[in-house]
Design a binder for this molecule. Structure first.
Ligand SMILES: NC(=O)c1ccc[n+]([C@@H]2O[C@H](COP(=O)([O-])OP(=O)(O)OC[C@H]3O[C@@H](n4cnc5c(N)ncnc54)[C@H](OP(=O)(O)O)[C@@H]3O)[C@@H](O)[C@H]2O)c1
Length: 246
């Protein structure tokens, strides 16, 4: 990870779960780490309990990835304040498990999942790449995908979530090829966890019975991908808790 020390990482969905743990780990590894989320005050609070110099490397900026103006504003702030972006962790994601695909009047929920998990990820990647290319940076984009991006899983009310994660798998490969055709040194990695104990998982018996990963397990995979030498690109990592059979 030495080559990233002092570089700028951006983590979307940094106010909770995997994103919050990633912000703390990247700051510990020496990166200037900017967390984006709607609840930016929760990102500010991630400094609590960390050594002062690590806490100083954590920055928060409000951003709603379903709103293009909000994304553009965040990347303008990043350019102004920190000079640009070297690492993007596309982590913001939602499920809206109150509706099925066939529930009448479900349009708002479906649109929110697609705008967050798919379009938000594309627009953040586009803006981060623009910054990397303008500064000739051999950057890295990491997409927090899911096992649901590779295989249909029979969990009720996931509605368009599975399709959104299949889209992340396809978008990762499309971006990889766009970068390759451009002779870019920017890497792109998809990390696909099974169930992770975060606020996204309802605290109900059906889930509590299942084996789960912790956010730090996913962070370990992100750090591994970022830490590879410049000639090595991790394309995809599928990580499940022992005993999971989804
Ligand atoms: N938990 C699992 O079992 C699991 C498994 C596989 C993959 N994943 C993926 O892991 C990623 C992180 O999820 P998590 O489990 O850590 O869930 P989480 O604890 O609920 O965190 C979700 C994060 O996404 C952010 N977010 C949601 N909508 C947003 C928006 N419109 N704009 C900006 N940020 C937004 C939230 O921040 P604000 O609400 O403050 O904006 C929050 O920080 C997601 O992509 C998820 O699909 C999770």
């Amino acid at each position: 990870m030495e080559r990233w020390v002092g570089k700028v990482a951006v983590v979307t969905g940094a106010s909770s779960g995997i994103g919050a743990a990633t912000v703390q780990a990247l700051a510990r590894a020496g990166l200037i780490t900017v967390g984006l989320a709607r609840r930016a005050e929760r990102i500010e609070a991630l400094r609590t309990g960390l050594p002062t110099e690590v806490g100083h490397r954590i920055h928060a900026h409000p951003c709603d990835v379903t709103d293009e103006r909000s994304i553009l504003g965040a990347f303008e702030f990043l350019a102004r304040q920190f000079g640009g972006v070297d690492v993007l962790i596309n982590n913001a994601g939602v499920a809206k498990p109150t509706v099925t695909l066939l529930t009448p009047g479900n349009t708002a929920e479906l649109r929110t999942v697609l705008d967050t998990n798919v379009l938000g990820l594309i627009l953040c990647s586009r803006e981060a790449h623009r910054s990397m290319k303008a500064r000739s940076v051999a950057g890295h984009i990491v997409n927090v995908n899911s096992i649901a991006g590779h295989k249909y899983i029979d969990v009720p009310n996931l509605n368009v979530y599975i399709a959104s994660k299949y889209a992340v798998t396809a978008i990762t490969e499309t971006l990889r090829n766009e970068l390759r055709h451009d002779s870019s040194k920017v890497k792109i990695t998809s990390i696909s966890p099974g169930i992770v104990r975060t606020e996204m998982i309802p605290d109900v018996h059906q889930f509590n019975e299942l084996p789960m990963l912790e956010p730090e397990d996913v962070v370990g995979a992100i750090l591994y991908a970022l830490g590879t030498p410049s000639h090595v690109q991790v394309h995809e990592l599928i990580i499940k808790p022992m005993g999971e059979n989804l």
